[in-house]
Design a protein around this ligand. Sequence first.
Ligand code: PMP
Length: 381
Amino acid sequence: MNPRQDFPFFSKRPELVFLDSAASTQRAKPVLDAMQDFEESHYSNVHRGSSTLSEEATESYEQSREIVATFIGAQPEQLVFTRGTTEGLNFVAQARTYASVLYTELEHNSNVLPWKMRARQTFLMKPTDLTITPDELNEALQEHKPKLVTFTHTSNVTGITNDVKELCKVASDNNVQSVIDFAQGAASSPIDIKKVPCTFLAFSSHKMYGPTGIGALYGADLEAEKPFQFGGGMVDAISENNITFSPSPQKHEAGTPPIVQAVGFAAATTYVKEHQRYIKDNVKGKLAKALTEALHSVPGVSLVAENTFIGSFTTSHHSHDVAYLLGAHNIVARSGHHCAQLLAKRINPTGTVRASLGIYNTQEDIQQLKEALEQTMKKLA
Ligand code: PMP
């Protein structure tokens, strides 16, 4: 069965060619069903009260943590639920003050600003190509000697995936902690954290067919980290002069967590896991290739990276004008710097148009993009 049928959005909006999954994906039916069932039959606050319903909700919430942790090969106590990748990265940057952090030119603003605002010193690494090589990373680490290095798993501008396993090894060989921004990798690249020696890894549910408002942060030793928010649910005992926190992960989840979203997030990881073969062969395989061919065939279009699930391109026109005119053909694509201003500026000052693929896209979608782009380019000529 084509996974497109798992997405009610497309039967409600059949006119749209949705090519903006890198920004946020549509939600899969099993995800919506899991959340609706939980809302209707099991909902209660968690970790509070001793009612059977509260215990039931707590069990579902903790089971969701286990499912999401297993998705990346981690233990449940190594995973905290966050609002998304951005909050996960801010958590790491705020939990301690890092003396020095190395980041790269390929990063989303969410993996630049937390370090700029919190670390005492930051160093920018500019890879020669649009990927980070272990040798270049090694050189940068030797030169700057940071305490921590942070890099993207997959660029949200190019769709190029870095060899994070090798990069983390280089970091640990240099005695440097490492953070992986997994936002764009989670829906398409399985990862086993036991084989990737990173210190932290952050990702978002809404980029992998799950709900918004939730993400996860993996930490190799979260118990050692200080909480970055304070409130109910994370404290063990409190008196006027003494406070003891709950063990991790509870001590990192102050306040009522996104309970229903956690259930949906777990269902999304299960959905992605079940479709890993399809995603590899189609989204990252046949469709990515077809997208490259389609964009190459349109005169005046220059592709930033080939055969990836993110088709970013430039023309001699402003990226917003091109995306706006594509919109008139019902193509949902994105334009601008995609919150990765350092990289966007390096590629093109007015940014790129980005057509990104998800599990529900088809060859027909790509054909429609090609035809719309041909007409757009003629109109702008
Ligand atoms: N990093 C990358 C590479 C991203 O693509 C995004 C989302 N565009 C983020 C971080 C931030 O994710 P979120 O908005 O879900 O926190």
